[in-house]
Design a protein around this ligand. Sequence first.
Ligand SMILES: *Cc1c(COP(=O)(O)O)cnc(C)c1O
Length: 357
Amino acid sequence: MSKVHVFNAGPCLLPQVVYDKAVEAIKDFAGTGVSVLSISHRTKEWDAIMDDTRALWRELLNIPEDYEIIFLGGGASLEFLYVPMNFLEKKAAYLDTGVWAHKAFKEAKGLGNAVEIASSSDKNYTYIPKGYTIPEDADYFHITTNNTIYGTEIKTDIDSPVPLIADMSSDIMSRPVDVSKYTLIYGGAQKNVGPAGVIFAIVKKDALGKVSHYIPTMLDYRTHIDKGSMFNTPPVFSIYVMHETLKWIKDLGGVEVMNKINVKKAETLYDEIDRNSMFVGTAVKEDRSIMNVCFVMAPGKEEFQDEFLAFAKSKGMIGIKGHRSVGGFRASLYNACSQEDVDALVACMQEFEKMHA
Ligand SMILES: *Cc1c(COP(=O)(O)O)cnc(C)c1O
């Protein structure tokens, strides 16, 4: 097979060493003679992985003592429901920055009083709303830090007068985060820290237990804190692969180093998009995501879209077709995507420009 460059939006590319470790563990987990696919989650070998995975999260993101880290199945979409279940009493405020943000809002709205305080839907979510006021009487303010489909990102930890909750599915571990500014950070692993099948929640413990309604056992974060994320069978294999991915990030030097690499990759590609006469970016410059880079054919060049997709494919580029709601192209530059992959895409764009000059 010839060399391919994977820019899939999710499930994401993972480091080769992680694939190798996963294969090894499928054959023999931690010298037990049992595959990780069949290991009991009630063994000391598995306990060690759970403990170490939590410890890696804590170390890499500098998570304060009074926060708990939870791993569950179900998808980030299920956490859209966990949020109002655990935190909505009187009123919730949401920032509408795209499809995922709006889906999160919909669950809160279905369960109680929720408002979208600002939206960028007027321009197909190509920017992050600014100058909005967060209502002081809200139980929480919900944001989606990286908008995977549109390539916009809230790159700094914002100040909020009410508890801040963030879906960080597609930029978690791409940069340092001041966890103390958030009451809850959640997401799916499959965009940047592992395979599909496991979700994470980093929650401030004393913020829980404040709602008066019944919370179904499985949807109560306290259930999973009490049982160390093993109230029921955890997604063992997905957690194992996440563990190996976190070890890889740590070995590289942690999230600060990861961020430098990611910023460089994104700059390389954005610089080419801005320079190349065949393409234009879709997101406003100040809100450009370092994880998902969205671009389209330049005005007057639209007819070349399919040709470019085919050309890029012939050069080994995988997964650069844009989401159907945006069109054009999207290159997801998650942690495991290398500078070399980005350079290959840039070379491909330059060659395409020359062909049409
Ligand atoms: C992909 C994605 C989701 C949904 O994740 P699932 O695990 O498929 O439910 C939610 N939020 C964001 C920002 C995403 O990118």
